[in-house]
Design a protein around this ligand. Sequence first.
Ligand code: PEP
Length: 260
Amino acid sequence: MSGSTVRRVPIIAGNWKMNLGPTEARDFAASILADLGSLPSVERVLCPPAISIPAVHAVTSGSDLRLGAQNMYFEEKGAYTGEISPLMLQGLCEYVILGHSERRGYFGETDELVNRKALSAFAHRLRPIVCVGERLEDRDANLTERVITTQVQGSLAGLPAERLGELVVAYEPIWAIGTGRAATAQDAADVVAIIRALLVEMYGAVAAGQVRVQYGGSVTAANIAEFAANPDIDGALVGGASLKPEFVEIVRKTAAVKGA
Ligand code: PEP
């Protein structure tokens, strides 16, 4: 089954990374909310640092701007210094980014750990945005498919097939993140097709067809239309540009191109 036969709502998520404390985050979220107005055809998600989530929630609550965390631990509570639990996110966030390449690279997160977190997210009714992506040396050595296969099979094992519509996968080539060197839409679509074929093998065509697969890596208002124009790319995970008013333009252009 082609990835384009099922109608999936495009999703633009902004990963603020380690930027914007509670007051700045609240003010910026309020300005995005005011600028965006109502635009039901594209789901948009803000992912502030954990400490700023309640402040952003205070201004976005009741709106259609959704909140996500940038990470969480899989346990509910206990002696895990510095960690945030799924129970703490419930009621504030709908989404949680898991396995971002910065978590994998700087904090040693493995596919096994990402998988435990993804299972925990499902168990706690949080929608995981699970990131996968190859390094430049992998791509240059023609290892992209192998790396993506290992990450998808390892990070996304054992999820409830009947709820796979709650899963978002972000294809984020590491060489494209924060570098200003985005993948071409065709390269991104080729890897998205690999990801969806793996999901078909793991969960069957119907469940796999419901998963939204985003592209991430130097997405801007200038290039989002190319990605959005591909029916198999269901939106974007945006880093740097999500910290600017440009984020609103990215959402608007996605809505315009997807014709939603
Ligand atoms: C990211 O951090 O997920 C990301 C895609 O960053 P940027 O848009 O800055 O490349």
